[in-house]
Design a protein around this ligand. Structure first.
Ligand code: CP
Length: 297
């Protein structure tokens, strides 16, 4: 799973449905296909920091009875100049079934995918381009809360330009019938020509009072040197601004979040917030994605 665009609508629905199944299982019996797996080893290769994605893939794999290897970049032969292709090819030769990769490079996986025959590749976040499993877990969370995507109004607020989460999620939501609008400092709003569909750019008040879902984003300081003072005052979701939202509207954030910057501390775990539900759904979605990668269903 390198890009969400490679999935048909049916495949997205299947993954979400399977994630609902896994989320409902407590002491589950594994499917026979998982028990008889010939290469039940997955490897996490994270070249960028992560808490949620890395550990939820690990938890998901362990719940499926898979063996997990964690690649440590700093102590690996990448330090001696080994290329990414040779690293994956080496793991493939050892019998690793799935490589889960996070990188700051956008095309790392697509460049080698054709040459790797027996190890499935999963994108766990690539530069500013894509984060497909985050988009899937966001979709699952929205589906659980609202039932469907059609006609939903989603305001994405923050550093949209440098966010792979925004890029994956806005494509997915648009494809399934939601209306996505953007809001944030001009410098963080991408040119609309970067997208195959038109998105409105709203002022903060309209973004908040028109939305069913307010999706907040962190400023991606690791991707640029833009320093903004007064972000909370200008674009933060504060305890007073939250009153502008409709009563049924919900807050989402892929996290990590900065309490007191893009969202006030007391809103993170408020009744309106789906943030930790998103994290929980990440495990079920990644179980479904791992299962699909092993072609088990
Ligand atoms: N949302 C997300 O990708 O979080 P991590 O960077 O902690 O994995």
């Amino acid at each position: 799973l390198i890009s969400l665009a490679e999935l048909s609508e049916k495949e997205v629905h299947d993954i979400l449905e399977r994630a609902v199944f896994w989320a409902s299982q407590k002491d589950h019996e594994l499917p026979e296909s998982l028990k008889s797996l010939s290469k039940p080893i997955v490897c996490n290769l994270f070249f960028e920091p992560s808490t949620r994605t890395r550990f939820s893939f690990e938890v998901a794999a362990k719940k499926l009875n898979l063996h997990v290897l964690n690649f440590d970049y700093k102590s690996s032969s990448a330090q001696k100049g080994e290329t990414f292709y040779d690293t994956i090819r080496t793991l493939e030769s050892m019998g690793v079934g799935i490589a889960i990769v996070r990188s700051s490079e956008e095309y790392l996986l697509s460049e080698i995918a054709d040459k790797i025959k027996t190890t499935s590749l999963i994108n766990a976040g690539a530069g500013m381009s894509e984060h497909p499993t985050q988009a899937l877990l966001d979709m699952l969370t929205i589906k659980e809360e609202f039932g469907s995507f059609k006609g939903l109004k989603v305001s994405i607020i923050g550093d949209v330009k440098h966010s792979r989460v925004a890029r994956s999620s806005l494509h997915a939501l648009h494809r399934f019938g939601a209306k996505v609008s953007l809001c944030g400092p001009d410098i963080f709003i991408p040119d609309n020509s970067a997208f195959p569909f038109k998105m409105d750019v709203l002022d903060l008040e309209t973004a908040l009072n028109s939305a069913d879902i307010v999706m907040l984003l962190r400023i991606q300081n690791e991707r640029h040197n833009i320093s903004l003072g007064h972000y909370r005052e200008q674009f933060g979701l504060t305890s007073s601004r939250v009153q502008l939202m409709q009563p049924h509207a919900r807050i989402m954030h892929p996290a990590p979040f900065n309490r007191g910057v893009e969202i006030d501390d007391e809103l993170v775990e408020s009744e309106r917030s789906l943030i930790f539900k998103q994290v929980a759904n990440g495990v079920a979605v990644r179980m479904a994605v791992l299962e699909r990668a092993f072609n088990l269903k």
